[in-house]
Design a protein around this ligand. Structure first.
Ligand SMILES: [Zn+2]
Length: 67
Protein backbone atom coordinates (compact mmCIF):
# COMPACT_ATOMS: atom_id res chain seq x y z
CA UNK A 1 0.00 0.00 0.00
CA UNK A 2 2.94 2.27 0.51
CA UNK A 3 3.47 2.90 -3.19
CA UNK A 4 -0.09 4.15 -3.49
CA UNK A 5 0.54 6.65 -0.73
CA UNK A 6 3.72 7.79 -2.47
CA UNK A 7 1.90 8.09 -5.78
CA UNK A 8 -0.42 10.72 -4.35
CA UNK A 9 1.98 12.22 -1.86
CA UNK A 10 3.04 15.83 -2.40
CA UNK A 11 6.27 15.00 -0.50
CA UNK A 12 7.43 17.13 2.38
CA UNK A 13 11.13 16.48 2.63
CA UNK A 14 13.18 16.84 5.77
CA UNK A 15 16.95 16.68 5.80
CA UNK A 16 18.27 13.32 6.97
CA UNK A 17 22.04 13.56 6.66
CA UNK A 18 24.85 14.74 4.45
CA UNK A 19 26.88 12.47 2.20
CA UNK A 20 30.65 12.42 2.52
CA UNK A 21 33.67 10.75 0.94
CA UNK A 22 33.25 7.76 -1.33
CA UNK A 23 29.50 7.77 -0.80
CA UNK A 24 29.33 10.95 -2.91
CA UNK A 25 30.65 8.97 -5.87
CA UNK A 26 28.43 6.00 -5.09
CA UNK A 27 25.36 8.24 -5.10
CA UNK A 28 26.31 9.87 -8.38
CA UNK A 29 27.65 13.11 -6.93
CA UNK A 30 24.85 13.81 -4.47
CA UNK A 31 25.71 15.59 -1.22
CA UNK A 32 22.71 15.20 1.07
CA UNK A 33 19.85 12.80 1.79
CA UNK A 34 16.27 13.93 2.37
CA UNK A 35 13.27 11.87 3.47
CA UNK A 36 9.58 12.64 3.00
CA UNK A 37 7.90 12.89 6.39
CA UNK A 38 4.60 11.80 4.83
CA UNK A 39 5.48 8.64 2.93
CA UNK A 40 9.15 7.97 3.68
CA UNK A 41 10.44 8.47 0.13
CA UNK A 42 14.16 9.19 0.11
CA UNK A 43 15.64 11.82 -2.18
CA UNK A 44 19.30 12.63 -2.75
CA UNK A 45 20.24 16.23 -3.54
CA UNK A 46 23.32 17.78 -5.03
CA UNK A 47 23.67 20.52 -2.41
CA UNK A 48 25.24 20.08 1.01
CA UNK A 49 22.98 20.91 3.92
CA UNK A 50 24.94 22.67 6.65
CA UNK A 51 22.39 23.47 9.35
CA UNK A 52 22.21 20.97 12.19
CA UNK A 53 25.14 18.85 11.07
CA UNK A 54 27.82 20.22 13.36
CA UNK A 55 29.17 16.95 14.65
CA UNK A 56 31.93 16.89 12.08
CA UNK A 57 33.55 20.14 13.18
CA UNK A 58 32.23 20.71 16.70
CA UNK A 59 34.79 18.39 18.28
CA UNK A 60 34.21 15.98 21.16
CA UNK A 61 31.61 16.75 23.76
CA UNK A 62 32.88 17.92 27.18
CA UNK A 63 32.93 15.17 29.79
CA UNK A 64 31.14 17.33 32.32
CA UNK A 65 28.17 19.66 31.85
CA UNK A 66 27.99 23.28 32.92
CA UNK A 67 25.97 22.51 36.04
ZN1 LIG B 1 5.99 11.77 0.24
Amino acid sequence: MNWIKRLFCAHRYEWVRNIYGDEINLSGGKRSLWGCIECGKVQARGDLHDAGDLRGNAGPLPERGWD
